[in-house]
Design a protein around this ligand. Sequence first.
Ligand SMILES: NC(=O)c1ccc[n+]([C@@H]2O[C@H](COP(=O)([O-])OP(=O)(O)OC[C@H]3O[C@@H](n4cnc5c(N)ncnc54)[C@H](OP(=O)(O)O)[C@@H]3O)[C@@H](O)[C@H]2O)c1
Length: 293
Amino acid sequence: MTKLTKNTTVFTLNNGVKIPAIGLGTWQASEKGAAHNATKVAIENGYRHIDTAAGYQNEGEVGQGVKDSGVPRDEVFITTKLTNEDHKRVAQAFEESLKKLDVDYVDLYLVHWPVSTDPVSKKPFDDWDFVDTYKEVQKIYKSGKAKSIGVSNFTVKKLEKLLSDPEVDVIPAVNQIEAHPFLIQPELTEYLKKKGILIEAYSPLGSTNAPLVKNEVVSKIAEKNGVTPTSVLISWAIQRGTVVLPKSVTDSRIIANLDTFTLTTEDFEALNKINETFGTKRFANPPWNNFDD
Ligand SMILES: NC(=O)c1ccc[n+]([C@@H]2O[C@H](COP(=O)([O-])OP(=O)(O)OC[C@H]3O[C@@H](n4cnc5c(N)ncnc54)[C@H](OP(=O)(O)O)[C@@H]3O)[C@@H](O)[C@H]2O)c1
């Protein structure tokens, strides 16, 4: 039987800031009280990293959950994100996030998507460029109110455009992207490694209702090791050198998702190659975003 341990892995971002490898995801933790309870339970049981976003509409509950855990603010890594509708008002939106979280800084502030949308029509603005958005986020980093900054859902092409702008002088610390054995994105992964940008893996279980836990290869590895398929997927992500953000609003799952183990090289490689048999799967693919560009 494989020994599971509460994961305490910490990665170092390109600006020297430390980030715990497992962060609690909070997207769709939207029922009243759910994000508060999940955050509090997570921290009480050893998590030190919570991932929220203005768009999840639960920053208030997350902030309260951090407080009610009794763990000091400076021991918890809090990430929030700029929503698409706020690209033309970054400074105000950031202050609103701080207020809801009731904190005076965040550990990581991300551009949620490289798309600026009209709050009324919900359609992308064509007079706005995500590079301008990032420049505003850069100002927040320089003010000290975000200890690190980064992006999310950025492709190589979009990062190339961002990094080649002469006014961009803070390399994003992370790119938060969908990542699991069915979406390993080798080219983007290699590019990010070269640039010193850490991957944060979202939807590690395949998102809503965790469909990936049912895959036969994942299940077989789990069975062989006497662990759950969830542990296999979370352990794989960390072994791959990425931050991983499993979401749950269920106390027992939140607690279990912090338990990881080291996969054998054989099992690790089998997961790396899973898409050769089962194909590539992307779960987050909103119509207003273009992953080919
Ligand atoms: N930057 C972005 O654009 C972006 C996009 C998507 C996600 N994210 C971030 O990444 C986080 C994770 O992604 P996600 O929410 O899409 O999906 P996920 O973490 O892959 O999966 C969440 C689903 O798995 C279930 N689950 C969790 N632990 C389980 C366990 N031990 N056994 C069985 N089922 C389990 C959850 O159920 P219950 O909650 O009912 O327990 C929920 O239905 C998000 O919450 C968010 O913070 C970011």
